[in-house]
Ligand binder design. Structure first.
Ligand code: ADP
Ligand code: ZN
Length: 346
């Protein structure tokens, strides 16, 4: 299980899943493993993958997909997040239907909204603890999928999954330590430290850090149900809408909302840069489709750091230091594929 055989004119290669094996120029694989597919990753490189499943389990919608990687996705479906029973039943039906069409998946990766228990040894692994979607409080996302699909499952937060997607295929390739933040209904944060996805006591809650709030210039009280004026309470999409009476997507580029917003984002990033020393910061989520925010954020972060962090990346190369996700809005679903790969390896 999980190993393959490649017969070329001169050699026979065997290996385990996802091992890369450079082939001598001109060698053509003639015999492959039974369940997998050959993928050419460069002219001389060949690797074997198996069909993988991915779920981007969001509070608003679920996206499910099967495929082999970014260049070779076979199908994708999205539907609204309703009750846990209905949504998970629909998810399982999708994967069963795909199995009838393409064969069974070898592993599944799930990036879930939260807060959610991501400790594999915990008795409540996969359970949502708190959510504005009350039907989901206490619901387990992992257990019903495991029971129905019976394959290895890589399970993490939605933002860690997207971060892994960027690491495997996108803007964080080759990096050890990076941060991925999403700005939308909330502010989510994840990424890697020392080559490992950030886990811990629970998982990082970067959106809930406290940042300076000058109530004289911004009297808005903040809308986090737990902390009022934490980072998310002041700067996520709903805070913009509540403060200015209009959704962020309808505000012009020169609206004062963006000056305030980029002030807050720069404060949040300064904290993260000083604490984690990331090699790159990726900013995603619906709000970051406002491309004009990036130059302002970069300038303000540099000003805030005030030359103290002596690294070329922040002193001279901000354009490649604070960046949008390379995978755009595919980061989540491809992150699920990357989580599935990890689940196969471990
Ligand atoms: P979610 O966080 O629910 O997955 P989004 O990333 O689309 O979904 O976030 C929705 C929130 O972000 C809303 O508050 C919305 O007003 C805001 N938002 C979404 N897209 C934009 C945009 N292009 N510009 C500004 N705000 C946006
Ligand atoms: Zn908060």
């Amino acid at each position: 299980m999980g190993c393959y055989l490649v017969v070329t004119r001169e050699k026979i290669y065997t290996g385990c899943r996802f091992d890369r094996q450079a082939l001598a120029a001109g060698d053509k694989p003639r015999a492959l493993g039974t369940r997998g597919r050959a993928v050419t990753t460069s002219r001389k490189e060949f690797r074997m993958t198996e069909l993988l499943g991915s779920i981007e389990a969001g509070g608003t919608k679920f996206v499910c997909a099967v495929g082999y990687g970014p260049e070779d996705m076979l199908s994708e479906v999205r539907f609204p997040t309703t009750t846990p029973e209905e949504t998970l039943a629909r998810t399982i039906e999708y994967f069963e239907a795909q199995a009838r069409r393409h064969g069974p998946i070898a592993a599944l990766g799930v990036g879930a909204f939260g807060p959610v228990d991501i400790h594999p040894t915990s008795p409540t692994y996969g359970r949502i603890s708190k959510s504005p979607k009350t039907a989901w409080i206490g619901a387990n996302i992992y257990a019903p999928l495991k029971q129905a699909l019976r394959v290895p499952i890589g399970f993490d937060t939605d933002v860690n999954a997207a971060a892994l997607g960027e690491w495997r295929y996108g803007a964080a390739r080759g990096l050890d330590t990076f941060v991925y933040l999403t700005f939308g209904t909330g502010i989510g944060g994840g990424g890697m430290v020392g080559g490992k996805l950030m886990h811990g006591l629970v998982h990082p809650e970067m959106g809930h850090m406290k940042i300076p709030h000058d109530t004289a210039s911004d009297p808005y009280e903040g809308r986090c149900p737990f902390h009022k004026d934490c980072f998310e309470g002041l700067a996520a999409g709903p805070a913009i809408e509540a403060r200015w009476g209009r959704k962020g997507e309808t505000l012009p580029k020169d609206h004062p909302a963006w000056e305030l917003e980029t002030d807050y984002i720069a404060l949040g990033l300064m904290n993260l840069i000083c604490i984690l020393s990331p090699e790159r910061v990726i900013l995603g989520g619906g709000m970051m489709q406002q491309e004009h925010l990036f130059p302002r954020i970069r300038r303000k972060v540099r000003e805030r750091l005030a030359g103290y962090v002596q690294a070329e990346a922040v002193l001279e190369k901000m354009d490649t230091y604070i960046v949008p996700p390379k995978l755009g809005n595919h980061a989540g679903i491809l992150g699920g594929i990357a989580l599935a790969e990890l689940a196969l390896r471990h």
